[in-house]
Design a protein around this ligand. Sequence first.
Ligand SMILES: NC(=O)c1ccc[n+]([C@@H]2O[C@H](COP(=O)([O-])OP(=O)(O)OC[C@H]3O[C@@H](n4cnc5c(N)ncnc54)[C@H](OP(=O)(O)O)[C@@H]3O)[C@@H](O)[C@H]2O)c1
Length: 339
Amino acid sequence: MVADTASYHRIVLDSRPAGRPTADNFRLEEVAVPTLEDGEVLVRNHYLSIDPYMLGRMSTGVSYAPSQPLGEVMIGEAVGEIVQSRNKEFPVGDHVVGQLGWQEMALSDGQALRRVDIGAAPMSAHLGVLGMTGVTAWYGMTQICSPVAGSTVVVSAAAGAVGGVAVQLAKAKGCRVVGIAGGSRKCKYVMESLGADACVDYKKHADSAALGRAVGSHAPDGVDAYFDNVNGWMLDGVLPLMNRFGRIALCGMISRYGDTPMQLSAHSYLLISRLRAEGFIVWDHLDLWPQALQELTDLLQSGSLRSGESIAEGIEAAPAACIGLLSGENLGKQLVKLN
Ligand SMILES: NC(=O)c1ccc[n+]([C@@H]2O[C@H](COP(=O)([O-])OP(=O)(O)OC[C@H]3O[C@@H](n4cnc5c(N)ncnc54)[C@H](OP(=O)(O)O)[C@@H]3O)[C@@H](O)[C@H]2O)c1
């Protein structure tokens, strides 16, 4: 979809989803390109980041961030190029990442923009492995899971954006890594492309006990660290496998977004096994972002980290990409490439 030079397309949230979102929760609009005030820049977005947290923002339920207002541009990170500038900090031609929303053009006062070096990696990587996704995996893995060589690390949603980086970071530390993912195609990817030692297809297991047995069969010495992207029944299945003084990075709860919360039945293992389970939000740790991005860049450039991506084309594809992410269609980071 191509707008003329005086207008561009954007997607607004039209109604709140009841459970998981559907296409009619979104509306495509064509609007006029704004005129810049002093201090503002106009960014032409090249890639949109599609993330599970968007479901939480679409609802009015309890969350760590306010809800997305109806009738306004869908929130979300994007990477793009500055095409007009009245801000000395950000000249035309700079490439930036920011909360620029699901739109082809975005106006910004520059305050929350992060300049990126597209010589270091392709533009899309700055939303994935060298962006919020990569830093999330880095924080949970290095600051909470604290893996040491020879220990066993389990990662759920291992074929996804954060999980895929987490698997590779643990492998880079010399750990035995067991992934959990939905389907044989994803498990093949987790093992063959990301280097995990084993991967359990959770769709073959009816309950937490069966899942736990399957994961345990690949972790003969128990589990030292669990990077949890899923919560619910999957956390319940892994908890009994944890070794004493094990660590659990509570990164996400994707099995529970938009659904009825589930009670944990294995929480007593937190005490019995003296576990440290810590929830985190990557935005609380901005002080560590420079270190994380440097380490991730080094690993990417040395070939120890690969950047898996699923790319949908065109602004009109964003709602389906978001719905698809929540039903597990993506392999690696889900992005939308704008024309
Ligand atoms: N704490 C933070 O600061 C932070 C920051 C970013 C992301 N996160 C969290 O990290 C997790 C991964 O995010 P991501 O961006 O990397 O997304 P992603 O893993 O690329 O995509 C989501 C994946 O979750 C899996 N999934 C969906 N519904 C599921 C269910 N009911 N049960 C089990 N798996 C399910 C699907 O993979 P399968 O086909 O394998 O099921 C899907 O591909 C999410 O929980 C997200 O909220 C947290």
